[in-house]
Design a protein around this ligand. Structure first.
Ligand SMILES: Cc1cc2nc3c(=O)[nH]c(=O)nc-3n(C[C@H](O)[C@H](O)[C@H](O)COP(=O)(O)OP(=O)(O)OC[C@H]3O[C@@H](n4cnc5c(N)ncnc54)[C@H](O)[C@@H]3O)c2cc1C
Length: 398
């Protein structure tokens, strides 16, 4: 196994580093500290990143994207996230869904959705699964219980489907132009059998944005309610087949959703390590630099060790999932859920150790120490919760 980057991968990594350091880093903390969650977002940075290719990175070249492989994607996410984890996620959220359109959608859907996505710097994507009373059970529904999972109802009327219900915490909810929406088309069976996945443009009649959530971490990233009130979606917007929503994404072996979060966590860890080392080298107590105290050295050492372990795990996962995506089969390819679980523990530990080294100064919001802790807290609720641990054990013992 060789983890060195090839020339093309290195070019993307350096391009991401330059953009992150010169354009994202100067606005990151200022955006994070804005109190109104609708105002933290900045179209300017998204537009400039988009022009450099960071919104369309994952679309295959034959469709006009950059066709970056997963190793490149991991390297780019980590660089962007080092400057701001939430801005990095806004871009990579688009990779996940644009890649899916390219992989599994019909030519007509690609024409209608992939082309406008590629042409418009403000075209962001999102996925709507979670509902106020359906969340962890969407990922791990009990085998034979129709009560578990999303309830948003889709009913067919001629060539259209009428959608009714609500989704919450939806990323890019108030800024996205296109959403992938998991609906219930047969409420009498388990969601694995009774789900249909639709592509729903933001301007669909009957779809509106509700509340924008005021989060502690990832404040730039917009999470909103989507409300469907007799929303009319054409039959031609179904991905895969009716009641085949759980299988619609089967053509993608990348496990991108778990892997991208681990790569993003790596960027936060790199930022925290850099901050901690800089502070320990310059801040003095009892006439000595912090770095001269053994207790501080132990903290710095732990931060380094687990960050480097995460880097190795992320890059191995990227390399193996890339090969799996290309159709190679190997029983030893790692399940990306494992690296996601590991990243949650690492990012929260590393950001807390950084906070300990900064002590009171770390608690002040004019430094990014507190921001990194808050951003890392998001991992608790994403996919790194108890549910992912249970799912990965099930995968191991299946
Ligand atoms: C920043 C952010 C971005 C998000 N973006 C999106 C998005 O774009 N689209 C989207 O659809 N959703 C999104 N979500 C929602 C996210 O997917 C949910 O938060 C997640 O599924 C967990 O659901 P929950 O928070 O409602 O917790 P719950 O499911 O209510 O769980 C509460 C607690 O119970 C435990 N629990 C639940 N069921 C079981 C079980 N069977 N066995 C053992 N323990 C259990 C959980 O582990 C947890 O500790 C986002 C959330 C956040 C924080």
């Amino acid at each position: 196994m060789d983890f060195s980057l090839n020339e093309e991968q290195r070019v993307w990594q350096l391009k991401a580093r330059k953009f992150a350091q010169e354009e994202i880093a100067p606005i990151s903390l200022k955006r994070h500290c804005i109190s109104d969650p609708r105002e933290t977002f900045d179209w300017d940075i998204i537009g400039r990143g988009s022009k450099l290719g960071f919104r369309t990175l994952a679309v295959p070249k034959e469709w006009g994207g950059h066709g970056a492989d997963l190793v490149t994607q991991a390297a780019v996410i980590a660089e962007l996230a080092k400057a701001d984890s939430a801005i990095a996620k806004t871009f990579s959220q688009c990779w996940k869904w644009s890649r899916l359109i390219a992989l599994v959608c019909t030519s007509d859907q690609k024409e209608r959705f992939l082309k406008p996505f590629l042409a418009d710097d403000t075209y962001l994507l999102g996925y709507a699964a979670t509902e106020p009373n359906a969340s962890s059970d969407n990922r791990m529904p009990p085998e034979n219980d129709p009560r578990a999972g999303w309830k948003l109802r889709a009913e067919r009327h001629g060539d259209e489907w009428i959608l009714n219900g609500g989704k919450c915490y939806i990323a890019n909810g108030n800024v996205g132009k296109l959403f992938f929406v998991s609906t219930r088309t047969n409420p009498d069976v388990n969601i694995r059998e009774g789900t249909t996945l639709f592509i729903v443009p933001r301007d669909t009649p009957g779809l509106r944005v509700g509340k924008v959530f005021n989060k502690s971490g990832w404040r730039f990233y917009q999470n909103a309610e989507l409300i469907f009130d007799d929303a009319r979606v054409p039959n031609a917007n179904i991905i895969g087949e009716v009641n085949g929503g759980f299988r619609a994404r089967g053509g993608d072996a990348s496990q991108f959703g778990d892997f991208e979060l681990a790569a993003n966590a790596l960027g936060i860890c790199d930022a925290a390590v850099e901050m901690a080392v800089a502070h320990a080298r310059t801040h003095r107590q009892d006439g000595k630099r912090l770095v001269d105290y053994q207790t501080v050295q132990l903290k710095l050492s732990e931060m380094h060790v687990i960050t480097e372990a995460l880097r190795a795990f992320v890059m191995r996962t990227a390399w193996e999932r890339e090969r799996a995506s290309r159709g190679e089969k190997d029983a030893s390819f790692v399940n990306a859920q494992f690296v996601m679980i590991f990243s949650k523990d690492v990012v929260q530990r590393v950001t807390h150790l950084n906070m300990e080294i900064y002590a009171a100064a770390g608690d002040m919001m004019d430094l990014a120490v507190d921001k990194l802790v808050r951003d890392a807290s998001v991992w608790t609720h994403l996919a790194g919760s108890t549910i992912l641990r249970i799912m990965s054990v099930k995968a191991l013992t299946a």
